[in-house]
Write a protein that binds this ligand. Structure first.
Ligand code: HAM
Length: 423
């Protein structure tokens, strides 16, 4: 017996249905906001993530599935979606040839983190990137689309937290102030932070060990007038869009490319892994990766975490409407044609094994949760008909000619959906 790897899981029904529902809600919302799907590879050159996500980030330093392939190439399984989208944007000149710079993706990401509830080594993200628009309206649109998606998918009780990390200039000044502060407190810092304060002092603010006390005690970043204006315009527009949010100046995010607005959506119902979504502006990334100057903003939601929040909500009924049963091998051929005709008419239908006894096939019909069983016994075979039996209500069985079966079922389903519910 070979089991799956730790942190890599099988998504079984009904949880897999939740993923499908969330993805369908996302596609609908993306359509409303003019986003188009971009499918980028799962495996990329390792260098792509080192340069974009950042070589001092936990994701790249500790969590990346990176290896040398058979051809001696240094490659990595994508730990996040943004670098691949930016690479594709540059490689295919999407700024010139694309419609509006708005892209979404849905797919697996890989991070070798310690697995726990809500944290996996392969997990699914739905991400949205808007490249080429510097306006605060793009920030407010991106965040309000995210809130719309959560609502559409049925996820409630989340809070939106935002902050501004300023531009490269604001950060350059802050870096020096923070570096001086951290050098003076090196003995208080954890080992990894001490090792990287010179390379990236800002990383300490995001450290799980040192972040909390630094948030209270370390000097805060002050925004230049342009960044201040951008951040207050973003907040004004979020208000206009009716999005509730909180400003939290301790929010720093664990990836290197962010500038200006950053945000997270959190849910206290998730326990320690409470981030449902993370995102922000990355105005300098496209250029630093060899592309044109193209300010951008985006986010990614964790679908595994969204599914955890939806677990107790009733799923729409996925049971087939009809289940076809046959009494003999010959009747089985007719029954198989009937299943095909029902599906062609848009009625979900199933069957088990026409070679088994009628009793056994009826047991499978009950287990399937189907609304009706369509039975072709010896008499029906001779008459070219089938018997329609309700599996939900006691009532008379009726017999219909085989060609009329799809329309009869459509009428019965319509009538039962219009019936008022039982008091
Ligand atoms: P991130 O905050 O690293 O951002 O990840 C986004 C979301 O992915 C998290 O909020 C969480 O829901 C989910 N997630 C992350 N790691 C795991 C895990 N090990 N298991 C389950 N879920 C996980 C990014 O990835 C950026 N690319 C977001 C972005 C897009 N920023 C700009 N554009």
């Amino acid at each position: 017996m070979i089991n799956s790897l730790r942190g890599f899981r099988d998504l079984l029904p009904p949880e897999s249905d939740l993923f499908t529902r969330i993805e369908a809600a996302a596609r609908e919302v993306f359509g409303l906001y003019g986003y188009q799907e971009l499918r980028v590879p799962t495996l990329e050159k390792k260098e792509l993530f080192v340069k974009s996500t950042g070589d001092t980030t936990d994701i790249v330093e500790k969590e990346m599935y990176a290896f040398t392939d058979g051809g001696g190439r240094e490659v990595a399984m994508r730990p996040e979606g943004t670098p691949g989208v930016v690479r594709a944007y540059i490689e295919h000149n999407l700024g010139q040839t694309g419609r509006n710079g708005k892209f979404f993706y849905i797919g697996s990401m890989f991070r070798a983190e310690r697995p726990q509830a809500g944290r996996y080594r392969e997990f699914t993200q739905i991400g949205a990137e808007h490249i080429g628009n510097p306006s605060p309206a793009a920030d407010a649109e991106s965040i309000s689309m995210l809130v719309r998606l959560l609502e559409k998918a049925g996820v409630a009780g989340c809070s939106v937290v935002i902050n501004s990390l300023g531009c490269a200039e604001c950060r350059k000044a802050y870096r020096e102030i923070l570096l001086g502060y951290l050098r003076g407190r090196a003995e208080k810092l954890c080992e990894p932070c001490r090792g990287r304060i010179e390379r990236n002092p800002l990383r300490a603010l995001d450290c799980k060990t040192d972040g909390p006390w630094l948030a209270q005690e370390a000097p805060k970043l002050s925004l230049c007038p342009a960044c201040e204006t951008h951040f207050s315009a973003t907040q004004r527009l979020l208000g206009a869009a009716g999005v509730a949010y909180q400003v939290n100046t301790s929010l720093v995010r664990g990836l290197d490319y962010y500038t200006n607005t950053v945000f997270e959506v959190r849910s206290s119902a998730l326990g320690s892994q409470d981030a449902v979504c993370g995102g922000g502006r990355y105005d300098d990334l496209v250029k630093s990766m060899g592309g044109p100057a193209a300010p951008a903003i985006g986010w990614a939601v964790g679908v595994d975490r969204m599914a955890m929040l939806l677990k107790d909500k009733p799923a729409p009924d996925s049971a087939p409407k009809t289940f076809i049963v046959a009494a003999s091998k010959e009747a089985g051929d007719k029954a198989f044609a009937l299943v095909t005709a029902m599906r062609a008419a848009g009625i979900s239908s199933d069957f088990s094994n026409f070679e088994l006894s009628l009793k056994s096939q009826m047991r499978s019909a009950d287990k399937s949760g189907a609304t009706f069983a369509l039975i072709i016994g010896e008499d029906e075979l001779k008459a070219g008909t089938c018997a329609v039996k309700s599996l939900k209500e006691h009532g008379e069985q009726k017999t219909v000619p085989l060609p009329d079966a799809p329309s009869t079922i459509q009428q019965l389903l319509k009538a039962s959906s219009e019936k008022p519910p039982n008091p």
